[in-house]
Design a protein around this ligand. Structure first.
Ligand SMILES: CC(C)(COP(=O)(O)OP(=O)(O)OC[C@H]1O[C@@H](n2cnc3c(N)ncnc32)[C@H](O)[C@@H]1OP(=O)(O)O)[C@@H](O)C(=O)NCCC(=O)NCCS
Length: 258
């Protein structure tokens, strides 16, 4: 079960739905909020001075105001990054299969800077990153690597360290994060892309309910050249998993929710 620390819908309830006069101690806060809403509506409905006719899908500020949640899987958690993760992050980005698809390596200083960048990216409503970990340490990562509140869109990305692979950790992490962004942030579409040469990632996408929508030709530049990329996406009202996928796999620990 996920540990969601904030109910955004309650925060987004329109003020006009509330009746009666606010207590004196709350009036300043309500006025500030009303002014913020007016500023939002002006900024969001004009682009380069030209009025937009739709949106924004999600009020600016909705993401930055959320506390980053810890999302629980049965045998691991998705939690915010910690400075002490830096040596494990260096090891992960030195791992050939992670380097191959994520196309980067890191020194320990760079890993510390990367970890330190996540709160800033959260505050900018640009992205959010989680470590996947258990009592033994780091198992993987998952991120909302792109966020577009105006259009209600996000994109997920992930890797899992080799010793933790094959127990549906990536699939379960994608499902858990998707549940949070759809229910708490109220995105309406989340995308996932991977090289067509990476069938394991394709499987994760399908199993987490991200339908294949097409192939973006020569879209990803990798160390060995251009790769065609599969575009998968899940909409807020899509089923959370591939109905055709078998319910269980023999090597998944007993008692683990799939
Ligand atoms: C892709 C990755 C995240 C999967 O992590 P994981 O926790 O082992 O994934 P899961 O156990 O949830 O599912 C993996 C699925 O891929 C399948 N798979 C694994 N290797 C495969 C291969 N070479 N060809 C086809 N399918 C493969 C597994 O059988 C499983 O499918 P199933 O559940 O139907 O049996 C992990 O392998 C990884 O980090 N790879 C390197 C980095 C990467 O590819 N990141 C994604 C970039 S888009």
């Amino acid at each position: 079960m996920s540990n969601w620390s904030f109910d955004l819908r309650a925060q987004q309830r329109p003020m006009r739905a509330r009746t009666g006069q606010a207590p004196t101690h709350m009036r300043g806060r309500l006025l500030a909020r009303r002014l913020a809403c007016q500023t939002w509506s002006t900024a969001a409905t004009r682009m380069g001075g030209v009025p937009l006719l739709a949106g924004p899908a999600i009020v600016p500020g909705s993401f930055a105001r959320l506390t980053q949640p810890v999302l629980e899987l049965d045998d691991a958690v998705l939690r915010p990054w910690q400075a002490s993760d830096a040596p494990d992050v260096v090891r992960a980005y030195a791992e050939p299969s992670i380097q191959q698809w994520h196309v980067r390596s890191m020194t320990e200083d760079e890993a510390r800077a990367w970890i330190g960048s996540w709160p800033h990216r959260w505050a900018q409503e640009a992205a959010g990153g989680w470590a996947i970990a258990d009592g033994s340490g780091l198992l993987g990562q998952i991120s909302l690597r792109r966020l577009d509140l105006g259009n209600g869109l996000g994109e997920v990305s992930y890797w899992v360290l080799p010793p933790a692979r094959g127990r549906r950790l990536a699939t379960r992490a994608v499902r858990a994060l998707s549940g949070w962004v759809f229910e708490q942030l109220q995105l309406h579409r989340v995308e996932l892309t991977h090289s067509t040469a990476n069938p394991a990632s394709c499987r994760v996408a399908e199993r987490a309910g991200y339908r294949l929508e097409g192939t973006k030709r020569r879209e990803g530049l990798h160390a060995d050249g251009w790769h065609d990329m599969h575009l998968h996406a899940r909409l807020v009202d899509d089923p959370p998993q591939d109905a055709a996928a078998p319910a269980r796999r023999a090597d998944v620990p007993r008692g683990t929710s799939l």
